[in-house]
Write a protein that binds this ligand. Structure first.
Ligand code: ADP
Ligand code: NA
Length: 353
């Protein structure tokens, strides 16, 4: 039996950024490279999730392919890891889908509590509503679509469809895994058997990377300000420019203080992650005690540019080739689809369909 079944996903909603790289892609590559013989790794480009906010169809398709290229560029190997789109079994638009994701979502949604879903924070943050917003607020009622509200159920289906035991996630996703565990337990309870394994979260050790222009928000593909994030396509000059204009504060010297100096602290966190260091963050801050903000920004920019250089080159090369390597991709998709359809067959038998 496999020792671990890993599942994680990325939305094809734009060019990946430094937060995606440090918080997800690099840890995924590490899992792949340090895997034990029986580990199974699944990495999905979750295009159904992308639809929870409005998308341009042509861009969505382009980003689907480019996100695939990004996963190869950072070092995932489709001969080892299963890399596949959530919505379909081949990269030809509109081709046969991996139907299990949406099918299982429907079945799980019959067990999902709307009260639990309404307490989750993602729909509120995607609609720019306050954390204590309620379903009954008029602003929520008009803007909140069923898909955005229920997408944690789709996330649970993604994970359970592959019998995942381990789900690498950022800390922002912790409540969704808790919810997936609840749904798995509730399915097992309802149908009187240990059907689903209860997946566990592997919380990324990396701190969340924050926006460069507003360090109280996370760095995100969906931020309208392009200077808020470092893209994996940014060249050295662009990286330096973005860090130079990063929002910090007017206090003198360098110190790590998340509460009062979120901008400076974010720069130090980024530097620590990029250097791959185990040193305590306060020690790193002390190293820059007598430096100017300007020189800290230069150091961070230089380290980031160096860390992303190879990824950037790989990514641009793969994207310019147009479509991904079909044979490798189809093999990945084939095994993923097979696992998914086996799960669905068993689910249906269990519930009497
Ligand atoms: P985004 O929010 O930028 O659209 P996704 O939702 O596609 O990113 O997330 C893909 C992966 O990247 C997830 O594992 C998520 O936890 C991680 N991630 C996204 N943003 C950050 C960030 N700012 N810092 C650390 N990890 C992040
Ligand atoms: Na997101």
């Amino acid at each position: 039996a496999p020792s671990r079944i890993i599942f994680s996903g990325v939305q094809p909603t734009g060019v990946p950024h430094l937060g995606n790289y440090l918080g997800a892609f690099r840890p995924w590559v590490r899992l792949q490279n340090e895997r034990s013989k029986n580990d199974i790794l699944n990495f999905s480009i979750v295009d159904y999730h992308a639809l929870t906010v409005p998308q341009n169809p042509e861009l969505l398709w382009k980003w689907n392919l480019e996100t695939y290229s990004a996963l190869l560029a950072v070092g995932l190997d489709p001969k080892i890891s299963r890399i596949f789109f959530q919505s379909r079994a081949s990269y030809v638009p509109g081709s046969v889908n991996v139907a299990g994701h949406t099918e299982l979502m429907w079945i799980l949604s019959t067990l999902a509590s709307t009260g639990y879903l309404s307490r989750m924070t993602q729909w509120k943050s995607k609609l720019n509503l306050p954390e204590d917003a309620s379903l009954h607020d008029s602003s929520a009622k008009s803007a909140l679509k069923l898909g955005l509200f229920s997408y944690p159920v789709l996330q649970a289906a993604d994970v359970l469809l592959y019998n995942a035991t381990h789900v690498p996630i950022g800390e922002d996703q912790q409540q969704h895994i808790e919810f997936a565990r609840t749904l798995a337990n509730s399915f097992n309870h309802t149908y009187g058997q240990k059907f689903f394994q209860i997946p566990q979260a592997m919380i990324s050790p990396a701190k969340r990377i924050m926006s460069l222009t507003d360090p109280t928000k996370k760095m995100s593909k969906s931020d309208p300000n392009p200077n808020s994030r470092i893209l994996i396509t940014d060249n050295e000059e662009t990286i330096h420019r973005k860090f130079r204009t990063a929002l910090t504060d007017s206090q003198e010297g360098i110190s790590y203080d998340l509460e009062n100096r979120p901008g400076v602290s974010n720069l130090l966190d980024i530097l620590r992650h990029v250097r791959n260091e185990e040193v305590p963050i306060q020690e790193l801050a002390a190293e820059f005690k007598n430096s100017s903000l300007r020189s800290l920004k230069e150091s961070v920019a230089g380290a980031v540019a160096k860390a992303l250089e190879e990824v950037r080159e790989n990514y641009l090369r793969l994207c310019s080739k147009g479509s991904p390597r079909q044979s490798e991709m189809n093999r990945s998709l084939f095994v993923a689809k097979l696992t998914a359809s086996r799960t669905m067959q068993a689910v249906k038998e269990t519930i009497g369909l």
